[in-house]
Design a protein. Structure first.
Length: 148
């Protein structure tokens, strides 16, 4: 009987940062426990890090709220960052003055950031001894070739 783990998410759309720069911080927290991820986001020196910290807090709050509404048990200490994505948003086209009356076009990128947290599956217990297989592989002998 496979128990499906519930996934809780939070989104921040139209953030004024390129998705590539947001992914630098998201890759640091991906797969970590929520408490460790919050600490990492709090002490990362990137401009988008406070937004990601706030978004992660929102995802944890969503998990608490939804589990309370549905009446399910949720261990907040057992939550981890299941996925963290930074997708492209719309691009803002801008014009920069150039020499001799010309104009250069450039684009300001926006990002849609999505963080989802889930509860880790409880392990059955600690492994006390390694299991030994019934058939052990036989040692093979190599033939030595004689050179004349």
């Amino acid at each position: 009987m496979a128990v499906e783990t519930k996934e809780y998410r939070a989104e921040a759309k139209f953030q004024r940062v390129s998705p590539q720069k947001a992914r630098l911080v998201l890759d640091l927290i991906k797969g970590r426990g929520v408490q460790e991820a919050l600490e990492t986001a709090a002490f990362t020196k990137k401009r988008i890090a406070p937004v990601i910290h706030k978004l992660l807090t929102s995802a944890v709050d969503n998990a608490k709220y939804v589990s309370g509404e549905q009446g399910t048990d949720l261990d907040v200490d057992n939550l981890y960052v299941k996925s963290a994505l930074a997708n492209d948003g719309p691009r803002m086209k801008r014009i920069r003055p150039a020499p001799m009356g010309r104009a250069y076009r450039y684009q300001r990128r926006l990002a849609h950031i999505v963080i989802s947290v889930a509860e880790r599956e409880a392990s059955a217990g600690l492994v006390t001894k390694a299991e030994v297989s019934a058939k052990a592989p036989k040692a093979t002998k190599k033939k030595a070739s004689k050179k004349a």
